[in-house]
Design a protein around this ligand. Structure first.
Ligand code: GZL
Length: 308
């Protein structure tokens, strides 16, 4: 399908500058800021003319931006879908206009996979499994019960759905683990703090783990726990995702115990994919980013090497 898709988009005059229309989720987190920086700096470096729109985390704004790129007849459209569903209509319009679409960072749930050429980003399910495996190892000699409160990302987003599913896949094997509460903090620091203030009251003294779907919410939760007289990273284990600068600093400060990396530096891979699509080359349906897991003991040594 990818080959047919590329061929039907027609040859591109070799000398004409490529124009890419990009719709970004928003500016909700440090990860997102680093992702935007990566896309914005990679475009000129690749000789690509970038049109960029920030959707303030609203799907209707992303749909509007994609429609405007179709009207402007850009060569390629790329976007990081804020949620998994509701994209068919606008992507059908892009297909009818013969404009190839590339997904970055987050995936979508569509039946007609010809609606996009490839998805460049992390495996969130594996990220969730990595968080679960750390808990399994950390508590291997502890009979439990181990009670987990979960700060979920944006409702309906691929990272929130899959970081939850990956955790459950691992801990469901051992009944000592129990998720006693889950609520969305929408990937923001303020959201994480607000949810954790409520959890710290309702479950005072009854939770062992905070499982936060990103560093911004983990940092908000740390503030809430400290205001409630709890020592995050000591009285309570804190599992987080992204491995941003803020997450590393919290590990150095002993307040986050493990941070599962999710790389925002997708810009160069996106620009290469854009060039390949325009050149009519076949692309893999999925381009995964390689990532690892960072623990407190290694944080101080590794932090100076981090790019975001
Ligand atoms: C993950 C990305 C998520 C980050 C959050 O690839 O979609 O969105 O984990 C960001 O920090 O808000």
């Amino acid at each position: 399908a990818a080959v047919v898709a590329c061929a039907s988009f027609g040859a591109h005059a070799a000398d004409k500058q490529i124009t890419l229309g990009f719709s970004q989720v928003g500016a909700e987190s440090a990860w997102r800021t680093a992702n935007t920086e990566s896309v914005k700096s990679a475009a000129p470096a690749a000789g690509i003319n970038l049109k960029f729109a920030d959707a303030q985390q609203k799907q209707e704004n992303q749909i509007k931006a994609i429609r405007s790129y179709i009207a402007q007849k850009v060569d390629v459209i790329a976007f990081s879908p804020v949620v998994e569903s509701g994209w068919e209509p606008v992507l059908q319009e892009a297909k009818a206009a013969k404009i190839p679409v590339i997904l970055t960072d987050r995936n979508i749930d569509v039946k007609d996979t010809s609606l996009y050429v490839t998805m460049i980003g992390s495996d969130f399910l594996e990220e969730g499994r990595r968080g679960g495996r750390w808990l399994e190892e950390h508590y291997k000699d502890n009979p439990g019960p181990i009670n987990i409160v979960e700060l979920q990302g944006t409702v309906g987003s691929a990272p929130a759905n899959d970081r939850h599913a990956g955790l459950v896949e691992i801990i469901q094997k051992d009944p000592k683990f129990k998720i006693i509460a889950s609520q969305s903090g929408d990937f923001t620091l303020a959201g994480g703090k607000q949810v954790m203030e409520a959890f710290a009251k309702t479950y005072a003294g009854k939770y062992n783990v905070v499982y936060a779907h990103n560093d911004d919410m983990a940092l908000g939760a740390i503030q809430a726990m400290e205001e409630a007289g709890v020592h995050p990273g000591k009285d309570v284990q804190v599992v987080s995702f992204d491995a941003t600068h803020g997450g590393f600093q919290a590990m150095v400060d002993g307040k986050i115990n493990v941070d599962v990396e999710c790389s925002p530096l997708l810009g160069p891979q996106l620009m290469q994919a854009v060039k390949d699509v325009v050149a009519g080359k076949e692309l893999p349906r999925r381009i995964k980013t390689e990532e690892t897991v960072f623990v407190q003991a290694d944080a101080a040594k590794i932090m100076p090497t981090r790019k975001y």
